[in-house]
Design a protein around this ligand. Structure first.
Ligand code: FAD
Length: 1001
């Protein structure tokens, strides 16, 4: 193949069927007895060494020094892990106090147990059995504090921190790491250095990481000695560290900016003839990683260098296809490449993401044995690709290692790899038995502050009871169990999936399907969606507002329609809603086009909104069947039957906002309809076309025309509907001010008292203390404050940050916000579109102008010229009291607080009267529990963003100035739309109670 041809794109099904893959893999398993016996023998020897090894290591020294039991040592490790990132001693002390647990530990139990078990089975090799299941780290530490005193506990904790650092990190600087590596140098041992840190959130981060990689490469190169590749040291690079938006939707930008940076580093590595491996990250970044990898490979200046390579994850269903693709690239550019085969470090993240995004299936296997089987298959492929590919096998699993050894035969043109601090005994034995083999140590380098994410992955890896390290460390697991082959564990292809992990669509059980989403990291899926949207796009028609007569006629019609609809069995009403959900799913593209064109929403917001609308329909259908069937029999005296039933009220007026013109609009209507009401719906005047399309869809799904009437118009039309004497209820989402006006109008009417369900906004807050993880805070704050151009009721308006960490947090948030792209919402790369209309823009611009005068500006984004764009802003206020009303746009207000003023922060939030969404970012359980208990806010989110409530998962709505409740998408919503009726029948009236007489015989 000529290098001038375009680089072939990587294509493979994102989440192929497990059973089909298993069929292929099981067919290829060799079944030669002699070979199996050799694998058994090798693995047995390796396991023997692991089990005989000095598992306590330096933990023992610490235990002796402080006269601790192993159990107490472990509890200290748990504490140390979290303490690593707390800057100020006050918070550190509060944190220690919290963990030393004043009094009640019971409510921490579940979380603590997991942590402790994880911690206790990690690579330090301590057995989980040291700690009894009914013990918690808090309990252990509290006992310890009593015995040796809090200061000694604090000192021991710091010692434990150093120990964790030393165990998992080779050095805090590359120079220190090189020195330590040099001291430990022995035959067959090579190093690949890894610069620790979270992915870049800002351009500064990315620059800093690039500098640190460049610095490390030079230092490693200078110390590299004279051995030729592959026996030279190397570096492992994370692409997410080199670009602040390393994500599929920013593809064009990434491909423009990242390859030059990577090529520059690769050239440096080439200069010293080092190994240079691109780490494998999350599945949705795989296609983009391969493009960046190929762009760098294609650079002619790197010709002749055999050190370039990447990691492939066997838990991904696409791993074999990745190997084929990379082999094709190597051939094409006539290069030798290094390929590191790993199982994969982000398994739980992948499962969570696929569930959250409602994907058709998982990109990774759900049974560990499938990963193991796939690993062996990929290993065979890699070995067959030598010498074009230099295979590198990274595993701490003795059976996997023994299998690779057997597959490789007598050759040695490959290497094993392990992580620093793990697999020591295994590889010491392997290299002693096979002196021609080589093992490379992946050696993290960095300060304690950057250790956390790495440590968490290792803890998860070693704590999971499916993990080989955990099993080998547990003497109760027999040798035969450890030698069981993955193909024997899987058995037949139909057992390739875990029956414990439902498909994303089945997340909510048999009764309710999860709505389908799209993985933007799957380019084929994204492109298909974009094509469908373009094909569905139509010019927006002009829809005139209804005249007052039409509005009144709509109510009259709905009053007529009520009788028939309310008598329609609940089952039929539910079925209509489910048909509506299916239709929405089928017509997703046309609704997305409408939401983009009319609501100016970005692609991911549109996908999320259509999903939410679908979820409402299905959720209320399920709830409706439960609540509106035959009623509930109540206990009572004999000779009488008592039944409680729910029934529709009459005509409900549903008034919805423009910011969720499909989801909120349909959520209100479907709930009211399900409860047996007729509905007159008045959408926002800004989004009439979406509303009309949604109503047509409901008719098509089987909702009777007279049961649902649409009235287009502005606030005055809404007011006229509300004032009508013939309505039986109002459901409203919008501003507090309008909700109040509706409330007054209803109260002023004669006749029946009409209920109002109002969901309004609020000055939503987030509290960040010094224990929070800065990168996570930046991600969550930016999403909460700026996504959807800040036009969500749940959006973050006011951020309270503990002053000890405020400078760094604010800088990170501002730097991350700077990377957001403003522009046309139809472009998938856009993160922020225009605001809804010129009026909204004028209001926000005026607020920004005032803030510029009155507050300290930390960040002002740049808005594109023309259009109703309002760039994100971050202002620091002197006092939280300076923000008196909800500002509905991408403007974040920040207030610093001293740790000692924490109570004042809570008082302020309580006094504001708003209670919709609240975020807390803290690792102190008691802080979280205290905040939750103190503030009756509707939706509280801990260590995550505060937007995107999911129907049936986070029922949404607040109290006080933020709404009346009950929560939309929750179990108490439908009954509010209904009347209650009990029917008591005197069954004795018609001739006595035969059953009673029989019973007394
Ligand atoms: C030198 C080196 C470099 C590494 N580089 C990377 C990298 O670039 N990218 C990366 O992602 N990881 C990387 N890792 C981490 C690596 O993925 C883990 O260490 C590895 O998965 C552990 O596998 P094992 O064979 O040692 O242990 P085992 O215990 O045999 O396997 C554990 C692994 O099985 C998989 N697994 C667990 N449960 C399930 C399940 N229910 N269904 C399916 N699969 C499951 C997971 O991948 C888990 O990590 C690297 C590791 C080493 C040693």
């Amino acid at each position: 193949m000529s290098p001038d041809l375009p680089i072939p794109a990587f294509t493979a099904p994102y989440a192929a069927d497990d059973e089909a893959i298993a069929t292929g893999l099981l067919r290829r398993v060799p079944r030669e007895a002699a070979s199996a016996a050799r694998i058994d023998a090798t693995a047995t020897a390796l396991i023997g060494s692991i089990r005989a090894g000095d598992r306590l290591g330096s933990v023992e020294a610490m235990l002796r020094e402080y006269a601790l039991s192993t159990k107490e040592g472990l509890a200290l490790m748990v504490l140390a892990e979290a303490l690593l990132r707390i800057p100020d001693s006050a918070t550190a002390d509060a944190f220690i106090e919290d963990k030393l647990g004043q009094g009640d530990f019971a409510h921490h139990r579940t979380q603590s147990d997991t942590l402790l078990v994880n911690a206790s089975t990690w690579a330090l090799g301590l057995s989980a059995r040291v700690v009894r299941a009914d013990e918690t780290p808090q309990g252990t530490l509290a006992g310890l504090a009593k015995r040796i005193g809090a200061p000694a506990v604090r000192a021991a904790t710091r010692q434990a921190m150093r120990l964790i650092g030393n165990h998992f990190v080779l050095g805090e600087t590359i120079e220190a790491a090189l020195g330590r590596a040099h001291a430990q140098q022995s035959d067959g041992v090579r190093y690949s250095y890894d610069m620790l840190g979270e992915g870049a959130r800002t351009r500064d981060d990315a620059d800093r990481y690039a500098c640190s990689y460049a610095h490390a490469i030079a230092a490693i190169g200078r110390a590299a000695g004279n051995a030729p590749l592959p026996a030279r040291p190397g570096i492992s690079v994370k692409l997410s560290a080199l670009h602040p938006r390393f994500e599929a939707v920013s593809r064009d930008r990434v491909l423009r900016e990242l390859p030059p940076r990577l090529i520059e580093l690769a050239r440096e590595a080439k200069r010293y003839d080092l190994a240079f491996t691109i780490d494998a990250e999350e599945a949705d970044r795989l296609e983009l990683s391969l493009e960046v990898f190929a762009a760098c490979l294609a650079d002619p200046s790197l010709q002749g260098w055999d050190g370039y390579g990447l990691a492939v994850q066997a838990y991904q269903k696409r791993a074999a296809a990745v190997i084929d693709h990379v082999a094709e690239l190597a051939q094409r550019f006539d290069r030798r490449l290094m390929l590191r085969l790993v199982k994969g470090a982000y398994w739980d993240t992948e499962i969570k993401r696929a569930q959250e995004r409602g994907l058709d299936d998982y990109p990774v296997f759900t049974r560990k044995a499938m990963t193991d089987l796939h690993y062996v298959h990929c290993a065979r492929k890699l070995l067959a690709l030598r010498p074009r590919i230099f295979p590198q096998f990274a595993s701490h699993n003795a059976l996997t290692v023994a299998t690779v050894l057997e597959l490789a035969g007598e050759t040695s043109d490959y290497e094993f790899q392990r992580l620093h601090g793990m697999g020591d005994a295994l590889y010491a034995r392997l290299l002693a038995d096979h002196p021609t083999l080589a093992c490379r140590i992946y050696a993290p380098v960095g300060g304690h502050r950057d250790l956390l994410a790495y440590l968490v992955r290792r803890l998860l890896e070693n704590g999971a009871n499916s993990s080989f390290v955990a099993q080998a460390g547990d003497d109760r697991v027999g040798l035969a169990e450890l030698l069981r082959r993955p193909e024997a564990i899987i058995g037949t292809p139909v057992q390739a999936r875990s029956d414990q992990i439902p498909r994303p669509s089945e997340l909510y059980g048999a009764q309710r399907l999860n709505s389908r989403g799209v993985e933007f990291g799957d380019r084929a899926a994204l492109q298909a969606l974009l094509d469908d949207i373009e094909a569905a796009r139509r010019p927006l028609p002009e829809l005139p507002p209804a005249t007052p007569e039409q509005a009144m006629a709509a109510i009259a019609a709905a009053r007529d329609g009520f009788d028939s609809w309310t008598r329609t069995p609940a089952e039929a009403r539910a079925a209509a809603l489910e048909r509506a959900a299916d239709l929405l799913e089928r017509r997703r593209a046309s609704f997305i086009a409408l939401l983009q064109d009319e609501g100016h929403k970005t692609l991911d917001d549109c996908v999320a909104e259509v999903r939410e609308a679908i979820d409402y329909c299905r959720y209320y259908a399920v709830e409706g069947r439960r609540l509106f069937g035959d009623g509930v029999a109540l206990p009572g005296p004999t000779g009488e039957s008592n039944t409680l039933r729910l029934r529709g009220r009459g005509v409900v007026v549903a008034i919805s906002p423009w910011n969720f013109p499909l989801a909120i609009f349909l959520g209100q209507i479907t709930a009211a309809l399900m409860a047996g009401n007729a509905v007159v719906a008045k959408p926002a005047e800004q989004t009439p076309v979406t509303a009309e399309a949604a109503v047509k869809l409901l008719y098509e799904a089987g909702v009777q025309r007279d049961a649902l009437r649409l009235v287009q118009g502005d606030g005055a039309s809404g007011a006229a509907l509300v004032a009508h004497p013939g309505i039986a209820g109002v459901v409203f989402t919008g501003s507090t001010e309008v909700a109040r006006a509706i409330n007054r109008a209803l109260a002023a009417k004669d006749g029946a008292i009409v209920p109002l369900i109002a969901e309004t906004g609020g000055i939503n807050t987030m509290i960040v203390d010094a224990t929070a993880l800065p990168e996570q805070v930046a991600d969550d704050v930016v999403a909460s404050a700026f996504r959807s151009a800040g036009q969500r009721c749940s959006a973050l308006r006011l951020l309270f940050v503990q002053d000890d960490v405020a400078d760094r947090m604010i800088a990170l948030i501002a730097g991350s916000a700077r990377e957001l792209r403003l522009g046309d919402p139809r472009d998938p790369a856009t993160q922020i579109g225009p605001v809804i209309d010129a009026e909204a823009k004028a209001r926000l611009d005026a607020h920004i102008a005032r803030m510029r005068r009155e507050a300290r500006l930390h960040f002002a984004g740049e808005a594109p010229g023309g259009g109703n764009y309002v760039a994100p802003h971050i202002f620091e206020l002197r006092s939280a009291a300076d923000l008196t009303e909800e500002v509905f746009g991408a403007i974040l207000h920040v207030v610093r607080y001293r740790a000692s003023e924490f109570g004042d922060v809570l008082d302020h939030i309580a006094a504001s009267g708003y209670a919709l969404t609240l975020g807390v970012q803290s690792r102190i359980d008691d802080t979280v529990a205290h905040v939750v208990a103190r503030l009756p806010v509707g939706n509280v989110y801990i260590n995550r963003n505060i937007i995107g409530a999911v129907v049936g998962v986070q029922p949404f709505g607040g109290s006080g100035l933020s709404g009346t409740g009950p929560k939309a998408g929750g179990p108490h919503y439908l009954p509010r739309f209904a009347l209650e009726q009990t029917v008591s029948i005197n069954t004795a009236a018609a001739g006595g109670n035969a059953a009673l007489l029989a019973g007394g015989a």
